[in-house]
Design a protein around this ligand. Structure first.
Ligand code: F6P
Length: 382
């Protein structure tokens, strides 16, 4: 039996672990694996030769430790799902026909697609066309589907951000500055929330909890008046400043992309609090480098689970992590809604008890633990 695998959309730590697990489990069953280059584009024929290769256990052994992807990927191209006038996601029929022709010509019995929301939508369309597809969720944002407690890439990103904030804190302390750190997350705040807790940030601003700048300023002033030297503010790229998403125009393709709130927020705080402030955009450092142990193991497990689903002829499904177990749900269920933070969740309540400021005026958001003296300060008393 011969099966295929590709990855599409943004890269992230752990993709190679998925590929290694998939190839290892397939060969244990006497199957062969073809890896397609640069996302779904690898399914399209080109004059200059093929855009796929035979993957073997020897060729993929230990790639679990490597960031990026040995197959290459793309976030654009012919398969970027477009929504038609009826609001239905579609891929050009001629493109779809070419993909089906390649899959048939190679005699593939199944195709595993490693990807984020857009790629999973494309996988779902291929599945609706009758192709034997398995989807494997991939994003550092951890926002892909409510059905998966974690996606690989997320813990690695949180580790990079945590280490970066620890470094930034030393200079913030030396200069008694406010440091604003902008992190990825698209329209979710998972990276900001987890890294804010792990690095003892003072303020965590996320899309799911609208914040009032005046309240953030009051809280920071209270901590400065209590003698705190440095202030650490973590802001998710999808958080809204005065209700507005901050975006940058991408010169080459003209698309608006999230980014820039760190800069804007830094200048607002410097002006209103009256303290030297700087900002740092961690950007693609959150997507690069070797995956942490958790993501290597989760990626390998996802790859093996995909082979088991193929063995059981369970197509049109997405691999997920539920609690400690890897399982699967229909692809459509996996992409039905993003996985976002609930303001009354246990983790947010814990963060508030640790003194993290979310900038809202929800109950429990006003008491702050004063780390510089024995009494605790009430932020509104300032
Ligand atoms: O979706 C993951 C993500 O890292 C977002 O958080 C970020 O805004 C985007 O991808 C960046 O994408 P690109 O690689 O196209 O710049």
């Amino acid at each position: 039996m011969i099966i295929g695998i590709l990855n599409s959309g943004g890269d992230c730590p752990g993709i190679n672990a998925v590929i290694e697990g998939f190839v290892s489990a397939a060969y244990k069953r006497g199957w062969r694996v073809i890896g397609f280059h640069d996302g779904f584009e690898g399914l399209l024929p080109i004059e200059s030769g093929r855009r796929y290769e035979l993957l073997t256990p020897q060729g993929t052994h230990k790639i679990r430790a490597h960031g990026g992807t040995i197959l290459g990927t793309t976030s654009t191209g012919n398969f970027a799902v477009r929504v038609n006038k009826l609001g239905r996601a579609q891929v050009e029929p001629t493109t779809m026909a070419k993909a089906k022709k390649t899959i048939t010509a190679l005699g593939l019995q199944a195709l595993a697609v490693i990807g984020g929301n857009g790629s999973a939508r494309t996988a779902s369309l291929l599945s609706e066309e009758g192709l034997p597809v398995i989807s494997i969720p991939k994003t550092i944002n951890n926002d892909l589907c409510p059905a998966s407690d974690y996606t690989f890439g997320f813990q690695s990103a949180v580790s990079v951000v945590t280490e970066s904030i620890d470094r930034i804190r030393t200079t913030a302390n030396a200069h008694q500055r406010i440091m604003v750190i902008e992190v990825m997350g698209d329209l979710s705040g998972w990276i900001a929330l987890h890294s804010g807790i792990s690095s003892a940030a003072d303020v965590v601003l996320i899309p799911e909890i609208p914040f009032e700048l005046d309240h953030v300023v009051e809280c920071i002033k209270a901590r400065k008046q209590a003698g705190q030297r440095e202030i650490i503010v973590v802001v998710a790229e999808g958080a809204r400043l005065n209700g507005q998403l901050i975006t940058v125009r991408n010169k080459d393709n003209g698309n608006e992309r999230l980014g820039g709130i760190g800069n804007r927020l830094c200048h607002e705080l410097e002006e209103r609090v009256g303290i030297e402030s700087r900002y740092c955009v961690l950007g693609h450092t959150q997507r690069g480098g070797s995956p942490c142990a958790f993501d290597r193991i989760l990626g390998l497990r996802f790859g093996v689970e995909a082979v088991k689903l193929i063995e059981q002829n369970q197509f049109g499904r997405s691999v997920v992590l539920q609690g400690l177990n890897v399982g699967s749900v229909p692809i459509k269920e996996a992409i039905a809604a993003p996985r976002i933070i609930h303001a009354d969740s246990q983790l947010v309540r814990t963060a508030r008890d640790l003194g993290i400021i979310f900038g809202d005026r929800a109950p429990g958001s006003i008491s702050s633990v004063d780390h510089t003296s024995s009494t605790s300060t009430d932020e509104t008393s300032a």
